[in-house]
Design a binder for this molecule. Structure first.
Ligand SMILES: [Zn+2]
Length: 289
């Protein structure tokens, strides 16, 4: 199966004129251009969201949520799949409105401090207290509505990744623990690494079944076969990079060795991804790390 294109088993998405995508009668993906996916579950008690977009996109997203069938401006629960600002930009507004903001404990810790990425100097300001997650967990939990959520401890993308599983609709929201298009960001500064990408995808397979719709933050809805193909691909790249590390090679040599060459036609230029993925091994595998 290696190198085989990912199969798209899901039915074509039902997009209405707003660009929203219907997963079930009460479950939608809000798609605002330039924003990461936001999953919204409507009910008579208000709306539950998985991720809230960026601060710049927050107004448009919340407006789209209120306009859903049975939608509402009342958001009772917000999950943060991880700390990145593409996911946590509605936290302040919703925190002030009294929303329960659920995150894995590590995500709360990252949101409470200033962060600078060493590879490009990008700076992130800590969130004010009201915007920080107000309900955290370490392992997993279940809401009264039956929705299950849990930690993805592999550090696929950060060290605070969570999933949210909607059993009735058989939908699994995974944030950036899986990518629907392009090479992933390897945020090794807050714990993500190439071994975790491969491990996180295996974990997603262990939570999902063959019919589960898997919703990544970026790109289209994925099926079980898509995640299986990705797990194979990242597992292969992880093995190749680990072997190079063990031979004492560095990131530039890793990029030049083209360890993702059979995937480039489908996935695009991997150089930045490979460089960062290699650097992420230092944090996890180097004897002197
Ligand atoms: Zn992210």
């Amino acid at each position: 199966m290696l190198g085989a294109p990912a199969l798209r088993l899901c039915a074509a998405p039902q997009a209405d004129t707003s660009g929203n995508e219907k997963l079930a009668d009460d479950l939608f993906i809000i798609r605002v251009p330039g924003e990461a996916a936001v999953v919204a579950q409507t009910s008579s008690n208000g709306v539950l969201l998985v991720d809230g977009g960026s601060a710049a996109g927050s107004d448009a997203i919340l407006k789209a949520v209120a306009a859903l069938p049975n939608g509402s401006a009342k958001i009772h629960t917000l999950f943060n799949t991880h700390w990145h600002p593409e996911q946590t930009g509605s936290n302040e507004k919703l925190g002030m409105a009294g929303t329960t903001i659920i995150a894995q404990e590590n995500t709360r810790l990252w949101l409470g401090q200033n962060i600078t990425w060493p590879w490009n100097g990008r700076k992130f300001k800590k969130l004010p207290k009201i915007a920080q997650p107000n309900k955290t967990f370490y392992d997993k939990g279940t809401l009264d509505s039956g929705i299950r959520y849990g930690y993805i401890p592999d550090a696929a993308h950060t060290d605070g990744d969570l999933y949210v599983f909607f059993p009735q609709q058989n939908v699994l929201a995974v944030g950036d623990a899986a990518y629907g298009q392009g090479w992933p960001v390897v945020d090794y500064w807050t714990g993500g690494w190439i071994g975790g990408i491969a491990g996180g995808l295996q974990r997603i397979l262990s939570i999902a079944n063959k019919d589960t719709k898997i919703v990544p933050a970026v790109g289209p809805v994925l099926g079980y076969a898509d995640i299986t193909a990705q797990a194979d691909m990242y597992g292969m790249i992880y093995d190749r990079l680990s072997q190079m590390l063990n031979k004492g090679r560095g990131p530039t040599e890793a990029v030049e060795a083209k360890p993702a060459k059979e995937y480039e036609a489908k996935m695009g230029n991997p150089d930045e991804f490979i460089r960062r993925a290699f650097e992420s091994l230092w944090a996890y595998l180097s004897p002197d790390a």
